[in-house]
Design a protein around this ligand. Structure first.
Ligand code: ATP
Ligand code: MG
Length: 288
């Protein structure tokens, strides 16, 4: 899905007012949660993304931006081995998670997906009560302690508690889209993850819900490491500490298209003084 046509470009003189991103030196001083080297992903032998190397640091928000088809979703799925579930998908290169190979044979992908949770574009609550949505993961994992406390805490962390505390037994599908998305974030938080991956978490939401999700991400980075894909450049500028810009390389015959990482830097740099012309064209709205 692409929203470039309808999206006003970012006025770089205003970036200092809207960004809440940290300085690059401060970001790089934080522990590396992921370290990606020479990553390539193909589907049924056809390369979709190649030559990606970057680090993701703890308690920061990292955004992936770029035109439709450049491999953002493909890439974010590499961080919790979701591509394992896609027939024909093959991941090459190296992804270290806290220094250990995420793709090593002895790594349990189910345990990885508990520690590295994911929130999708379209909210996907289970057709169960609000309470049972949150309690589901902890029950499956046999996590001990008071379930009521855990449910309340997750809903509070996701800034949803006050809106739902009197209706915890109601079906989650009766919530608004923005509430459902916060419920899915609460559900991800309930199993005490380390990282939360979000693939366009606000693109189906109205501006007020979007602002709530952005504020929530900003609060959550105190305790979690967040990686987000977004089409909304204002959103990347508002929430992300680091931003990676991906583009599509087309070969001479125009036959093969593959995603590449063009530039990865502090968000302020990407939006004000990018090093690559392609990044500049994209963030100023001349391309897309
Ligand atoms: N499950 C899949 N099977 C086969 N090819 C896929 C699959 N998922 C993605 N691709 C291909 O990989 C390339 C990158 O797709 P991807 O969905 O990662 O891009 P994206 O940047 O997330 O795009 P969008 O902004 O539209 O969501 C595309 O050429 C796409 O057709
Ligand atoms: Mg996508």
């Amino acid at each position: 899905m692409t929203q470039m046509e309808t999206q006003p470009h970012i006025d770089s003189s205003r970036i200092a007012e809207i960004t809440r991103g940290l300085d690059r030196s401060e970001i790089e001083g934080r522990e590396k949660v992921f370290s990606v080297t020479d990553l390539a992903v193909s589907y049924s032998g056809k390369v979709a993304l190649q030559d990606v190397s970057l680090d993701v640091h703890r308690n920061t928000i990292t955004a992936f931006i770029g035109p439709s088809g450049c491999g953002k979703s493909t890439f974010i799925r590499c961080f919790n081995r979701m591509n394992d579930l896609i027939p024909g998908a093959e991941v090459e290169g190296r992804v270290l998670y806290h220094g250990d190979d995420l793709y090593a044979r002895d790594v349990d992908p189910v345990e990885i997906r508990r520690r590295i949770g994911m929130v999708f574009q379209k909210p996907n609550p289970f057709p169960k009560s609000i309470y049972d949505n949150i309690a589901f993961g902890p029950r499956v994992l046999g996590i001990k302690g008071s379930m009521d406390d855990r449910v309340e805490q997750a809903l509070r962390q996701a800034a949803l508690w006050d809106e739902v505390k009197s209706r915890l037994k109601d079906n989650a599908l009766g919530l608004s889209g923005g509430q459902q998305q916060r419920l899915c974030i609460a559900r991800a938080l309930a199993v005490e993850p380390d990282v939360i991956l979000m693939d366009e978490p606000a693109s189906a939401l109205d501006p007020i819900s979007t602002t709530r999700i952005e504020d929530l991400m900003h609060d959550l980075k105190r305790d979690y490491t967040i990686v987000i894909v977004t089409h909304n450049m204002q959103q990347a500028a508002r929430v992300a500490d680091m931003t990676a810009f991906f583009s599509v390389l087309v070969d001479e015959e125009g036959a093969a298209r593959r995603g590449v990482l063009v530039e990865y830097d502090a968000t302020t740099k990407i939006f004000t003084t990018p090093s690559d012309k392609r990044t500049e064209d994209y963030v100023t709205g001349r391309f897309g």
